[in-house]
Design a protein around this ligand. Structure first.
Ligand code: UTP
Length: 407
C-alpha cells in the first residue's frame, strides 16, 4: 500500500491521526506500518457498543455424562480413549497466546513458577499432566503450542532451556496466532509507538485457522490426527488428552466434547454449556437471565449447571469443515498501553479502550453436537488468572497440594 492510499483510507475512517510522524520513520518502519494499516479489519469497528452476540435463541439442557456414570463406565471409556491415543489419532493444542494481564507477570504466563521449595512452572505442570497419559498409552501425543508475536520467542526459548520438561521435542510444534488492532473509547486507533499500531493477540478463537495458516495441515494429516484437545494455559490441574473424555466422546458419536464442572450456586461466574435452538452453545454468566441462572431441575439441582473450563475436544474433520466460517467478533474492554500525542508512553492502570477478539467458545456453536463431560473441580480445575484471590496463584497452589503435588 502507498502512503497516499493509506492516508485516503484512514481519513475516510476518521483515523488520520495515526499518520503523525510517518515521514520521520525509516523506510523499513514505513513499510511495516503501511502493511499494518492494510490489514486492519474495518468491519470490527462497527461492533463498538453493539456486540453482535445479543440476540439469543431458546435454551435447553445439553447431553451430558456426569461423574457417577463416568465412574461406572471408566474401563470402557478408558480403553477406547487409550486406543485412539495409541493409534496416534489424538493431538493437543495449548492456547498460550494470551497476554495474561491480570496476573501482571512480565513473561508468558506459562513461565510462572508456582513452586515454593523448588521450581515448578505452569508449562511444566501441564507437561507433567500430559506425561501421565503418554506413559499410560505408551505413545506421545503431538502437542501444538499457540503463541503470539508478543511471546513466541520467549516461550520457545523457555521450552528449549528446560528440555521441553521431559516431553519429546519431535512431538512439539509452535505456531503464532493473528493480532488485532486496539482502539480507545472513542473508537480511535491507538499507537504502540510512532509508526506502529497498538495490537494484541486476536483472542483464542482463531487457533485452528492460525494452525492452517502456519502450514500445520500437512503435519495433522501426516500424523493421521482425528481429534484435537484444545486447552488453556492457566489450569494447572487439568487432564490433557484424557482417555476417559476422548473415549466417552467417541463412544457417544459426538463430534466435539467439553469438560465441565458443576456450578454450585446460581450467581457463580462461569460460562455454561447449553443447547441453543438445539445446537451446542456456551452462555456467559453476564448474558444469562435471573430465571435461567436460578432454574431448577426436577431433583432440585440447578437446571443449567455445566460450567466450561476451556478444555474441549474437536473432531478434525469437523474443524476442517468450519475453519473458513466467520466467528463472532467480541469487543472487549482492556488496558492498552499506547503513546500519546506528545510521544510519551502511557501504561494505563484502568481499562482505556477496546480490543477485538474471537473466542473458542463460539466454535462450539458451530458443532453439530457436543458432549458435556463432567469433571470434579477439586481434581481438575485450578485456573490461574490473578495473583491472589479467586482463580489465583494462591488458590491453585492450595489445590495442587491437595492433589499431592509437592510445591
Ligand atoms: P484469558 O481469557 O484468560 O486471557 O485466556 P489472557 O489474555 O490470557 O489473560 P488476561 O485476560 O489478559 O488476564 C484464556 C486462554 O486463552 C489463551 C490464553 O493464553 C489462555 O490459555 N488466549 C487468550 C490465547 O491463546 N490467545 C488470545 O488472544 C487470548
Amino acid at each position: 500500500m502507498t502512503k497516499e492510499k493509506a492516508i485516503e483510507i484512514l481519513e475516510k475512517a476518521g483515523q488520520g491521526h495515526v499518520m503523525r510522524g510517518f515521514d520521520d520513520l525509516s523506510a523499513e518502519k514505513q513499510e511495516a506500518f503501511l502493511a499494518q494499516i492494510e490489514n486492519i479489519n474495518w468491519s470490527d469497528f462497527k461492533l463498538i457498543g453493539n456486540d453482535s452476540n445479543n440476540a439469543r435463541g431458546e435454551f435447553t439442557v445439553p447431553p451430558a455424562i456426569e461423574l457417577s456414570e463416568i465412574a461406572e463406565r471408566k474401563a470402557e471409556f478408558e480403553a477406547v480413549g487409550l486406543e485412539a491415543i495409541k493409534k496416534g489419532e489424538v493431538g493437543a493444542v495449548l492456547l498460550a497466546g494470551g497476554m495474561g494481564t491480570r496476573l501482571g507477570f512480565d513473561l508468558p504466563k506459562g513461565c510462572y513458577n508456582v513452586g515454593q521449595t523448588h521450581e515448578l512452572f505452569i508449562f511444566e505442570c501441564l507437561i507433567n499432566n500430559l506425561m501421565e497419559v503418554v506413559n499410560k498409552a505408551g505413545a506421545f501425543v503431538p502437542l501444538y503450542i499457540m503463541t503470539s508475536e508478543k511471546n513466541d520467542e520467549v516461550t520457545q526459548k523457555f521450552f528449549k532451556e528446560h528440555n521441553y520438561f521431559g516431553y519429546n521435542p519431535e512431538y512439539v510444534k509452535f505456531f503464532i496466532q493473528d493480532m488485532a488492532c486496539a482502539v480507545d473509547y472513542d473508537g480511535k486507533l491507538l499507537l504502540e509507538e510512532e509508526g506502529r499500531l497498538a495490537t494484541s493477540p486476536n483472542g483464542n478463537g482463531g487457533w485452528y485457522a492460525s494452525m492452517m495458516k502456519a502450514g500445520l495441515k500437512g503435519d495433522i494429516q501426516a500424523r493421521g490426527l482425528k481429534w484435537i484437545n484444545v486447552f488453556a494455559v492457566d489450569n494447572v490441574l487439568q487432564r490433557i488428552a484424557d482417555p476417559l473424555f476422548i473415549g466417552a466422546t467417541i463412544l457417544g458419536n459426538y463430534v466435539s466434547g467439553s469438560k465441565v464442572v458443576r456450578k454450585v450456586e446460581p450467581a457463580e461466574k462461569m460460562g455454561l454449556l447449553c443447547l441453543e435452538d438445539g445446537k451446542p452453545s456456551i452462555v456467559e454468566y453476564y448474558e444469562m437471565s435471573k430465571e435461567m441462572s436460578e432454574a431448577k431441575a426436577e431433583d432440585g439441582s440447578l437446571l443449567y449447571k455445566y460450567g466450561v473450563i476451556l478444555n474441549y475436544l474437536f473432531s478434525v474433520e469437523k474443524l476442517d469443515e468450519i475453519v473458513d466460517n466467520n466467528l463472532v467478533v467480541h469487543v472487549v474492554e482492556k488496558k492498552i498501553p499506547f503513546v500519546n500525542e506528545a510521544g510519551e508512553k502511557v501504561s494505563p492502570t484502568e481499562p482505556n479502550g477496546y480490543k477485538f477478539e474471537l473466542l473458542v467458545l463460539d466454535m462450539i456453536h458451530m458443532m453439530d453436537n457436543n458432549l458435556a463431560f463432567e469433571v470434579d473441580r477439586n481434581y481438575e480445575f485450578a485456573p490461574i488468572k490473578n495473583l491472589h484471590g479467586v482463580d489465583s496463584v494462591d488458590s491453585a497452589r492450595e489445590l495442587l497440594q491437595k492433589n499431592g503435588v509437592v510445591l
